[in-house]
Design a binder for this molecule. Structure first.
Ligand code: SF4
Length: 371
């Protein structure tokens, strides 16, 4: 791996959660809070080693994701963010995001996050309807989400995103529209909506297999996606990616780095790194379990792969076509792109190709065609 482009984006994974939600297949663990101080120490070791081994330029984004980063004691978050600032050159206007659960967002933590330089909060609301939250096994409720959002705003966070999940069993279209309305009423700058998926190995997957949770009809999924488009666009949000809406200027810079195939260094348990020399690309990932991660610091790499130039280009095409801005059509995919145009999934806009509304809704068909 020679001549890789410098990293300007840093992802840091915090794998701790209060409780494992029934639908979740993220690398997240409940009941391991006592490992937090050692985990942060291991993160620091990995970051120092990464800075010595790989080229980094000024960081444009830092993203603390999880898991539940808001579960970390505020002093550990401040300490970790100060360490990142002293180890890397973080741009003065860098976007620094922290993912938070409403239940662990409080008046003690938010000032510590702000002091550490957090300027964007991604609040995992997921829903307001008690029945949908119960199916998801979320241990938060509408009142907590509303309180956490208001507190974050009052204490000075000027860029707040909320996550919502649709196509939840028992969630009617009317309940989903009510959920969208309540999310919009909070006054967020960015909204992410995810279609609930039943991932093997999760409690929800087992429950559905046992017939204890019903299927969600495909028509209802489409209706709910359509309702999100209508309600969010009417409220002034622009759908700039398959699952993401933003007010102008509040698009997630960190996630745009992934969709534009920029190098992103991922630190922490199970984190993935993407590196490229502009032609080939490399992806590698760390050991997943927190205890093993701590034991393996500062070299937690568990596996990796090299992508040849064709595969690298195919991935950038697939990811670029997740976004409204699209990308300049790469050479070598003329047949695939002609087919996608015939199917009404993409269109040409000056020098760029962009997904149509249908292409955004059916992005998996774009992915199948180009990968
Ligand atoms: S809080 Fe998020 S990461 Fe943690 S278990 Fe629930 S869905 Fe997964």
């Amino acid at each position: 791996m020679t001549d890789i482009q410098p990293f300007c984006h840093l992802y840091v994974h915090i794998p701790f959660c209060r409780h494992k939600c029934g639908y979740c297949d993220f690398n997240a663990y409940a009941g391991m809070d006592r490992l937090m101080p050692d985990y942060v120490d291991a993160l620091k070791q990995e970051l120092v080693s990464a800075r010595e081994r790989f080229p980094f330029q000024q960081l444009e984004t830092v993203y603390l994701g999880g898991g539940t980063p808001s579960l970390l004691p505020p002093a550990l978050v401040s300490n970790l963010l100060a360490f990142i600032r002293s180890t890397f050159d973080v741009a003065p206007d860098a976007e620094v995001t922290l993912e938070a659960n409403p239940a662990s967002t409080d008046a003690e933590k938010i000032p510590a996050w702000l002091e550490g330089g957090v300027n964007r909060l991604s609040l995992g609301v997921q829903g307001f309807d008690p029945r949908a939250l119960a199916v998801l096994e979320r241990k938060t409720d509408a009142a907590q989400a509303t309180r956490a959002f208001a507190l974050a705003r009052d204490l000075g966070l000027q860029n707040i995103s909320v996550d919502l999940i649709y196509a939840v069993p028992y969630q009617s279209n009317a309940t989903w529209i009510d959920t969208l309305g309540r999310a919009i009423a909070l006054g967020p700058d960015h909204v992410s909506t995810y279609c609930l998926s039943f991932e093997e190995g999760t409690l929800l997957f087992r429950r559905r297999a046992e017939g204890r949770v019903p299927e969600v009809e495909t028509d209802l999924q489409w209706d709910q996606l359509d309702a999100a488009c209508v309600e969010l666009e009417a409220a002034g949000f622009r759908r700039y990616e398959v699952s993401n809406w933003a007010r102008d200027g509040f698009e997630s810079r960190h996630n745009q780095a992934y969709w534009r195939c920029r190098p992103v260094y991922g630190a922490g348990a199970g984190a993935h790194t993407y590196a490229t020399d502009g032609s080939r690309a490399w992806r590698w990932w760390n050991v997943a379990r927190p205890r093993e991660y701590i034991g393996s610091a500062p070299s937690p790499r568990a596996g990796g792969e090299e992508l040849d130039p064709r595969k690298t280009m195919a991935e950038s095409l697939m990811l670029g076509l997740r976004t409204a801005e699209g990308l300049v059509a790469p050479a070598g995919f003329e047949n695939e792109l002609a087919q996608l145009r015939r199917e009404g999934l993409i269109e040409r806009l000056d020098e760029r190709i962009v997904p149509t509304r249908r292409g955004m809704d059916l992005h998996n068909q774009i992915a199948l065609a180009v990968l």
